[in-house]
Ligand binder design. Structure first.
Ligand code: ADP
Ligand code: MG
Length: 291
């Protein structure tokens, strides 16, 4: 590889909004034969909106006010959807007295003297909270591709908040172009399997890793590499950072968190996910020209 052709290649890529951290990544991208795409914020806009409030205990306003207050300090797109949903419904939130984000699970906070949990089934179960009373409602929402978040207040399930995310306009095209290049395409998400598969269907992905924790994404990337695959991981969140680091090539959405961008080898400006296929195409062209 001549330094000049690499420079020309990375320059062209930059014009397309594909920023390579170094020339070696442009050289390596041609070899990619498996791409793992994160769901939230990568295939979807990551700007989800609150759509449903299911109340089990107490009233709807109180449920939403406590959940939104608990989510206030969180940077997670789901948290911001809940906070916006509360604001749009004219609610005022208060600052949490204590707050803890649990990546891949949700948040734990104390609000106005109440112990509040918002997140996955596993989060509430870990605290010994029985959720069967809202399970039916949650599954129905998930079947529609929505993310259902369980709310626990003072040791009891209080209800479910559902958030719907929109698939990015170019997500299906991005997947098709990768498949056309002969690349194995997988979706990875911490979200539950029902929601994940509903979204995967919409974008044309048949292989789904659902309900995987941040380290789980990284472990599965490593396992693929051990089987001889050259793996690119594409993500946007703090929860994707371990997998971005574990991949042969980490690709971050420019719209994502700083941690993801700092960990990645390539950044896609504006979060245009078709940039993954274009990066591979460009690398193949560049390397062909110099051989
Ligand atoms: P993804 O892999 O799709 O980007 P994450 O790993 O960030 O998703 O989160 C996995 C799941 O954990 C979410 O679908 C949600 O149910 C739950 N979760 C994570 N963070 C939060 C939060 N701040 N509030 C509520 N639920 C959350
Ligand atoms: Mg994400």
């Amino acid at each position: 590889a001549t330094p000049t052709s690499i420079m020309v290649g990375t320059g062209k890529a930059a014009e397309l909004g594909i920023l390579f951290r170094g020339g070696e990544h442009l050289e390596r991208a041609q070899k990619i034969n498996a791409v793992i795409l994160d769901k939230t914020g990568t295939l979807t806009t990551g700007k989800p909106a609150l759509t449903d409030i299911v109340v089990k205990n107490g009233d709807e306003g109180e449920l939403l006010r406590l959940a939104a207050s608990a989510e206030g300090p969180s940077e997670h797109p789901l948290a911001q959807a809940i906070v916006r949903g509360a604001m749009e419904r004219g609610m005022t939130t208060e600052s949490a007295d204590s707050f803890e984000a649990i990546p891949g699970y949700g948040v734990r906070a104390v609000v106005a003297g109440h112990k509040v949990l918002v997140g996955t089934r596993a989060l509430l179960r870990q605290e010994g909270i029985e959720i069967s009373a809202v399970e039916g409602a949650a599954q129905e929402l998930e079947g529609l591709g929505k993310t259902a978040m369980f709310v626990g207040i003072d040791g009891k399930v209080a209800g479910v908040l559902a958030v719907a995310d929109t698939v990015k306009e170019k997500a299906a095209e991005a997947v098709r172009r990768l498949k056309d290049l002969g690349i194995q395409v997988v979706m990875a998400t911490g979200d539950n399997r029902r929601t994940a598969e509903a979204v995967a269907r919409q974008v044309g992905i048949d292989e789904v890793w659902a309900e995987v924790l941040p380290q789980g994404k990284a472990d599965r990337v490593k396992a693929l590499r051990d089987r001889g695959k050259v793996v690119a991981m594409v993500g946007d969140g703090i929860n994707d950072a371990p997998a971005l680091a574990a991949a042969d090539i980490g690709i971050a959405m420019g719209t994502g968190t700083d941690v993801a961008i700092e960990t990645a080898d390539i950044t896609l400006v504006g979060g245009d996910v078709t940039g993954v296929a274009r990066a591979v195409e460009l690398s193949r062209k560049t390397m062909r020209n110099i051989r």
